[in-house]
Design a protein around this ligand. Structure first.
Ligand code: NAD
Ligand code: ZN
Length: 384
């Protein structure tokens, strides 16, 4: 037997730009983000909800590209497609996008600019990653959650076979541009969802940021722009720090701290047929796991109380009836989420729990009775 071994190292600059009115004629953010690349074909895809929410956006985009035509040529008018979780529930949108890319002869130097919420960005990112094995992707996230969390990461995905994110790749974006003005038209519920991921990353990495979220909770509930901007900026920064320094950006090991609260969250989204949005499900999933961690002797009661209280103050319900669903064998349906989570990540089960605000631990089994007790406590706390 003989073997040839080499280590292949790929450095990938991750850039998240912050701006307002990205398509204003005098805004140079997008042009600057693309400054190092040769003249390009650009394909813009954006989600339908934006055509109602921001009717002038399409015209602004066309005007912007007309102004910068020497550097960037738009291969067709911006393409509107469906967004939200339904966009992730079938492969149809991906095949339609790939067919469009083919028709317009995109190549690996071309740019896909995707504008939308986390769901649309996941689908468009998958299409970009699989076209010619990867055309450049510029994300313009339009929800709090996608600006703070999903849009600045390395993953894309679709749901399949009743499982969240079953299909997908790791594919770093060429650039991300967070335009705060794009959030103005979000419904309160969609504005709030991103707060859950901010609490998550604060719990995992930054006790000072957690305390800041506590101090700013009333301003955040009132959607005060400065408080929201600060939440988005610090969350994005912490996510990038984690990707750059965490040692496992492509998640090859079993420990996935960024998935704190997510084993139950993904199952709840599915059990509720996506009535519960991702951010709302993450809030409940974290609440469940902090109560569980306290009952396991890992997390102090004081920290547990602070996390539950902050989530409630930010407006998240911490209980949903779906937590009580039973499967065909009359077992709690939620528990299947643990095995699905294990299988999705591969190898042995590894669930991130908190040891204190700012420090996590991995556990490799969870006691169903303690999970049931945590569900019962959240139910009682919600007065149900
Ligand atoms: N790739 C990752 O690493 C990662 C990480 C976390 C979450 N996610 C995924 O992100 C998705 C959730 O993202 P989300 O919270 O952004 O939800 P979303 O994409 O479903 O958007 C929420 C709603 O807001 C609408 N919308 C979007 N932008 C708008 C705007 N500017 N004005 C008015 N309405 C607008 C959408 O059409 C949708 O109805 C989930 O599918 C989740 O699995 C992915
Ligand atoms: Zn998430």
């Amino acid at each position: 037997m003989s073997v040839i071994r080499r280590n292949i190292q790929v450095a990938w600059p991750l850039r998240v730009f912050f701006t307002e009115n990205v398509f204003a004629p005098d805004n140079s953010t997008l042009r600057d983000a693309l400054a190092d690349v040769a003249p390009h074909k650009v394909f813009v895809v954006l989600e339908d909800s934006l055509s109602q929410a921001l009717p002038e956006l399409e015209h602004q985009i066309e005007k912007y590209f007309a102004t910068h035509a020497q550097l960037l040529s738009l291969v067709r008018p911006p393409l509107f497609v469906c967004g939200g979780e339904p966009a992730k529930n079938s492969i149809t949108l991906v095949s339609n996008l790939l067919e469009q890319f083919h028709r317009h002869h995109l190549d690996r130097q071309s740019l896909l600019i995707a504008i939308g919420g986390g769901a649309l960005l996941d689908v468009a990112g998958f299409a970009a990653a699989t076209c010619h094995r990867g055309v450049r992707l510029v994300r313009l996230p339009t929800t709090t959650l996608s600006q703070a969390d999903s849009g600045v990461g390395l993953k894309n995905s679709l749901n399949a076979f009743g499982q969240k994110n079953y299909i997908g790749t790791f594919a770093p974006p060429f650039a991300v541009i967070n335009d705060f003005n794009l959030l103005a038209t979000l419904k309160p519920r969609d504005k709030r969802c991103g707060y859950a991921e901010a609490v998550k990353i604060a719990c995992l990495r930054d006790p000072k940021f957690f305390a800041e979220l506590e101090r700013n909770a009333d301003r955040l509930v009132a959607f005060e722009p400065d408080a929201m901007k600060r939440l988005i900026h610090r969350s994005a920064e912490l996510n990038l720090d984690h990707l750059a320094t965490g040692g496992d950006p492509f998640e090859t090991g079993t420990a996935r701290p960024l998935n704190f609260g997510h084993w139950a969250a993904h199952k709840l989204e599915e059990l509720s047929r996506f009535r519960i949005m991702h951010g709302e499900a993450v809030a409940i999933g974290m609440a469940l796991d902090v109560v569980y961690a306290r009952d396991s002797g890992l997390l102090a009661a004081g920290d547990t109380g602070r996390i539950l209280t902050l989530l409630e103050r930010l407006g998240f319900p911490l209980f949903a009836d779906e937590l009580l669903n039973a499967d065909d064998a009359n077992h709690p349906a939620l528990l299947a989420g643990l095995e699905e989570f294990r299988e999705h990540l591969g190898g042995e089960l590894s669930v991130t729990l908190l040891a204190e605000i700012g420090r996590s631990v991995e556990v490799h089994e969870m006691d169903p009775r303690r999970i049931a007790a945590a569900v019962a406590e959240l139910r009682a706390r919600a007065g149900r």
